[in-house]
Design a protein around this ligand. Structure first.
Ligand code: ATP
Ligand code: MG
Length: 266
């Protein structure tokens, strides 16, 4: 559904950042994207919804292409981006207005608007905060408001660019559970993250390195093959624990159970 076809990108000519990047993401997938600082993850996110144009190659969403100006509006409706810092995303002074704002730009009729706003706030469990000021919310609530304002536009794909990285554990788990619930309902989720524990929860992971996709497979494969050894990225806690215990069991194994079997108490 979302296709990167030999995409090249540079900010400064002669300094290529992405070189011939090709991959395809299917409807309903949950894909994590990882890579070191400066590897081009945020650039990739901006190419996905046409905020940036490939220097060469093409980014397509179904039969739409970010190259065609006529397609761009539709693509931006269908590919929602949630950024790291929620504060930078607010324009209005209440949670409700924030969600309404995006819809006004889309010229959604009034009656439909109120249905969509209610549904979006309910989806992120923010219906009790409709009148609250966005800037006074907790980090997790701010991100959930940002997600609601995108959901109201009825996108097909949500791209989270380190959207959990500035949140405390509670805020993070709230946003992650919204992501997983939306995925369960059929939404395509792309989650750019430095948290390897979050990568384990994805169905598929892309590793960006040296301007190319260095790995494309399942999280257990990524962590098992030692691919990460050459990259400035951590292993997830569960994987490190397994290695420390000298175990080689499935990643989904219960780590408490593993500790118990290694150190019997009696
Ligand atoms: N607007 C810009 N103009 C010039 N160079 C830029 C611009 N935006 C990003 N870059 C450079 O492009 C490279 C990739 O940036 P990008 O933000 O895509 O990486 P990233 O993988 O998201 O990094 P991080 O993990 O720090 O978020 C970096 O070297 C960055 O300095
Ligand atoms: Mg980034």
């Amino acid at each position: 559904m979302l296709i990167f076809d030999q995409v090249h990108y540079y900010y400064r000519k002669g300094q290529p950042l992405l070189a011939s990047v090709s991959f395809e993401i299917q409807e309903g997938e949950f894909v994590a994207i990882v890579g070191g600082n400066g590897s081009g993850k945020s650039t990739l996110a901006r190419l996905m919804n046409g905020l940036l144009q490939p220097r060469e190659g093409e980014v397509r969403l179904g039969h739409l292409s970010t190259r065609n100006t006529d397609d761009l509006i539709k693509i931006r409706e269908q590919v929602g981006l949630v950024f790291q810092s929620p504060d930078d995303q607010f324009i209005t002074t209440s949670v409700l207005d924030e969600v309404v704002f995006g819809l006004e730009n889309l010229r959604v009729p009034r009656e439909e608007m109120s249905v969509r706003v209610k549904q979006a706030l309910r989806a992120v469990q923010m219906e009790d905060y409709a009148e609250a000021m966005p800037h006074k919310l907790s980090g997790g609530q701010k991100q959930r408001t940002a997600i609601a304002s995108i959901l109201a536009m009825r996108p097909r794909i949500l791209v989270f660019d380190e959207a959990t990285s500035m949140l405390d554990p509670q805020g993070r788990s709230q946003v992650l559970s919204v992501m997983h619930e939306l995925h369960r309902q059929g939404m395509t989720i792309i989650h750019i993250t430095h948290h390897m524990d979050e990568v384990l929860e994805a169905e598929r992971v892309l590793l960006l390195n040296g301007g190319a996709i260095a790995f494309d497979g399942t999280p257990p494969e990524l962590f098992r093959t030692g691919t990460l050894a050459d990259h400035p990225l951590d292993q997830p806690f569960a994987v490190r624990l397994q290695h420390a215990l000298g175990l080689n069991t499935g990643l989904k194994a219960d780590w408490k159970e593993m500790i118990r079997t290694q150190w019997p108490t009696s």
